[in-house]
Every structure is written in structure tokens, then in C-alpha cells.
Design a protein. Structure first.
Length: 218
């Protein structure tokens, strides 16, 4: 599965309802930076897109104006990442490392929840149509950040910054974010290993269980 070139507003609604994570590239044919970062977006799509799980979508703002307007896109390129239909993160400009970090963070949620669940509850229609202004936060309804306490908000920001730098310095952003201690969604499994020191005492330490199997696991 590769990049989906959006054809209509109806298709947009369907993609959001049928995928846990959606990464959207809002671009224009005349936009130079859009063309520069396009290969990176396509590379991420080839590596991480999964049917019914993760979709990478290109949205031509000059053709799909309704979709671009509903997402308040004002500059190109703009990348918006969605989880179960709600905006999770936004990256503006041709910044490959920031895009890779945002994708790595979003992929941690690909198995969380069921696509379309959000759309079955009141006040969650796309584009904000019919929603009261006092129910909107940051241009979208029922923002999860609005429900966070100040301490929770700082913790969330700390986690996102940590994941960004971990992903930025790695050749495999997704795997690094997945194994990072900043991953609070699907934290890596911690195992306790006991070894014997030269003096006969027992030394205990905790390490992250590797994702691959070793001979000891067989």
C-alpha cells in the first residue's frame, strides 16, 4: 500500500473513518518545498502504510479546497496526522526530520482503538459542522489536550519532545521511538537480569527486552 491521492471529500471522510492513523500531505503543484519533501513522504508511506491501520494521503489544496479549508490549511506543505479521526499533530514546512518524528509518534497509536469509533459519538463530525463554539478547542471538537491538567500537559509535551529527539538521532525513527522510555502508549517490556559478581554477590539490573528473539528465548 502506498500514497493515496485524494479524489473527493467523501473519500476523505471514508479514509478517516476506516484507518486508526492518517498522515495527510496538503500540497500544491506550484509549491517548490512540497516537491522537495515529496520523496520523503512517499518513502514513509511505502514503509509504514497498512490497510485499515495507517494511511498516507496527498491532498491537492487547489483541487480539494473543501478538505483543506476544513483543516484550516494556510501554508504548504502542511502535514496533519490523525488518530481515529482527530488531529494528533501538525508539521508545517519541508522538514523531513520533524515529519519522520511526528509519524513515528503517531504510529505508536496504530493499534489503539477502532477506526470510526469517534464518529459514532455526539460532537465529533468532521470539519466542525454543527458544533457549538464553546465545545471547540484549537479549531476541533473535544480536544484531548483540553482535558489534561497542567501537570499532565507538561508531561505530554515532555514525552513529545523526547520522542522527537530520539527519532531525530536514529536511522530507524519508528523503532527508536517504540523502544524509547518516552513511549508511554506502548512502553517496551522491562526485564530483570541477575548476574553474579566476582566477589560472589548478586547484581540485579533492569533492561529493555529486545524486540527480536535470541537463542535464550527459544
Amino acid at each position: 500500500m502506498t500514497v493515496i491521492n485524494l479524489q473527493s471529500s467523501a473519500q476523505w471522510d471514508t479514509i478517516l473513518k476506516t484507518h486508526n492513523v492518517v498522515v495527510a500531505d496538503f500540497y500544491a503543484d506550484w509549491c517548490g518545498p512540497c516537491k522537495m519533501i515529496a520523496p520523503k513522504f512517499e518513502s514513509l508511506a511505502r514503509e509504514y502504510a497498512q490497510p485499515k491501520k495507517v494511511a498516507f494521503v496527498k491532498v491537492n489544496v487547489d483541487i480539494q479546497r473543501d478538505v483543506a479549508s476544513s483543516q484550516s490549511v494556510r501554508a504548504m506543505p502542511t502535514f496533519k496526522l490523525f488518530h481515529r479521526g482527530q488531529v494528533l499533530d501538525t508539521v508545517q514546512g519541508a522538514n523531513p526530520s520533524a515529519l519522520a518524528a511526528a509519524v513515528a509518534s503517531a504510529l505508536l497509536l496504530k493499534d489503539k482503538g477502532t477506526p470510526g469509533e469517534v464518529f459514532g459519538t455526539p460532537g465529533q463530525r468532521l470539519g466542525g459542522a454543527g458544533l457549538d463554539d464553546d465545545k471547540k478547542v484549537g479549531g476541533r471538537a473535544d480536544s484531548s489536550l483540553a482535558r489534561l491538567s497542567p501537570v499532565g500537559l507538561l508531561s505530554h509535551i515532555f514525552m513529545m519532545v523526547g520522542l522527537y529527539f530520539v527519532s531525530l538521532l536514529s536511522l530507524d525513527p519508528y523503532k527508536s521511538a517504540q523502544m524509547s522510555r518516552f513511549n508511554t502508549v506502548n512502553p517496551p517490556e522491562i526485564v530483570t537480569i541477575k548476574t553474579q559478581a566476582a566477589d560472589g554477590s548478586t547484581v540485579t539490573k533492569k533492561v529493555v527486552r529486545p524486540a527480536f528473539k535470541t537463542l535464550a528465548d527459544l
